[in-house]
Design a binder for this molecule. Structure first.
Ligand SMILES: Cc1cc2nc3c(=O)[nH]c(=O)nc-3n(C[C@H](O)[C@H](O)[C@H](O)COP(=O)(O)OP(=O)(O)OC[C@H]3O[C@@H](n4cnc5c(N)ncnc54)[C@H](O)[C@@H]3O)c2cc1C
Length: 313
């Protein structure tokens, strides 16, 4: 706990970026506080397994991986407190970090608050997330080998993910809320549209939205509603991939840091924000958010910590 002296570093967010930053600042012997508003571990707490994080021959439990990262950060000296940060305020020499319960003074800050996939509100989607409902084709496509799936998302990234998924699955049905005749139904580049339209594994379900997902322990089907007739029909599938964008967790930084039009934190290539001594890492940052992968967020965390150390010395 803080006793008079400011921390060297306060890290906001306990996902792969924040915990990796903590491992590095701890090993640099910098007094470090990490503030996490929910459960340390971040988005990976929401999935069962991870198979593309180096160092594990077999797929490994994602929450267990994050537990290990947390223990490693704590062993190296980081103090972890559960609180939501609501603001950062420059003081004469340092920064005041405002939590909902306490305030902390620090010489430098690493923001690693991540992002969350934009969700759809259909019945059952939350309950079956990670159990057939996925927001990440790169992460989960491999688990759907030979399966039938549906996909929501007809923009560039949705269609790119649909093509990627054809490597694994038997078929992909892309759900589009517009009529086939609508020239803006697919909001993607012409070449991508052509590839998707000509792909033998891909079909389109026009003028439909997801009404409900069904299944007890895992998803077994999706109820689709026709937007003209209102009719609902069940399609039996093993997976539903949703790709309608992400939302950065940066509302509390509006007016303090430079953010892009979607709210992602703008940094230079040394992860410095517009405020001296304030760094950003992971999915909340403009460049990293394009990839939304744990290993990349962790790499960002390491860079931000090394830069914070340079700033402080
Ligand atoms: C279902 C799912 C499966 C995935 N599978 C894989 C996979 O297989 N492989 C892979 O590489 N990637 C996977 N990802 C993506 C990966 O989880 C993210 O890219 C990665 O977690 C980003 O790390 P981060 O530290 O930047 O942010 P996050 O993991 O989002 O962590 C940010 C943390 O900050 C906290 N926070 C936010 N705001 C505040 C605040 N104001 N105050 C305090 N704390 C705050 C949040 O509670 C959160 O714990 C998956 C994601 C999801 C959702």
């Amino acid at each position: 706990m803080q006793e008079g002296k400011p921390y060297n570093v306060v890290i906001i967010g306990g996902g792969p970026a924040g915990l990796t930053a903590a491992i590095y600042t701890g090993r640099a012997l910098l007094s470090t506080l990490l503030l996490e508003k929910a459960v340390p571990g971040g988005q990976l707490n929401e999935t069962d397994f991870i198979e593309n994080f180096p160092g594990f021959e077999e797929k490994t439990s994602a929450p267990e991986l994050m537990q290990q990262m947390r223990k490693q950060a704590e062993r190296l000296g980081t103090e972890i407190l559960l609180d939501e940060v609501t603001g950062i305020e420059p003081t004469s020499h340092n920064y005041r970090i405002k939590g909902t319960r306490e305030e902390f003074e620090t010489r430098s800050v690493i923001i690693a608050t991540g992002s969350r996939p934009r969700e759809i509100s259909a019945d059952g989607v939350g309950r079956l997330k990670g159990k057939g409902v996925s927001y990440c084709a790169t992460c989960d496509g491999y688990f759907f080998q030979g399966k039938k799936i549906l996909e929501v998302g007809a923009g560039d990234s949705g269609l790119t993910e649909a093509l990627f998924l054809t490597k694994f699955v038997e078929s992909v049905g892309i759900i589009v809320r517009h009529q086939r005749s609508d020239p803006h139904a697919l909001r993607a580049s012409p070449i991508l549209k052509k590839r998707v339209q000509e792909h033998p594994k891909i079909t389109f379900l026009w003028n439909k939205v997801v009404d409900k997902v069904v299944g007890e322990k895992r998803l077994t089907g999706v109820l689709l509603k026709d937007l003209t007739t209102g009719e609902v029909e069940e399609v039996k599938v093993d997976g539903l991939f949703i790709n309608i964008g992400h939302l950065p967790e940066t509302d509390f930084l509006q007016g303090t840091l430079n953010l892009d039009e979607h709210g992602y934190i703008i940094t230079d290539d040394r992860l410095r924000t517009n405020l001296p001594g304030v760094f950003a890492a992971g999915d909340a940052r403009i460049v990293t958010s394009r990839y939304a992968q744990a290993i990349i967020a962790a790499g960002d965390g390491a860079i931000a910590a090394i830069e914070a150390e340079k700033y402080l010395s």
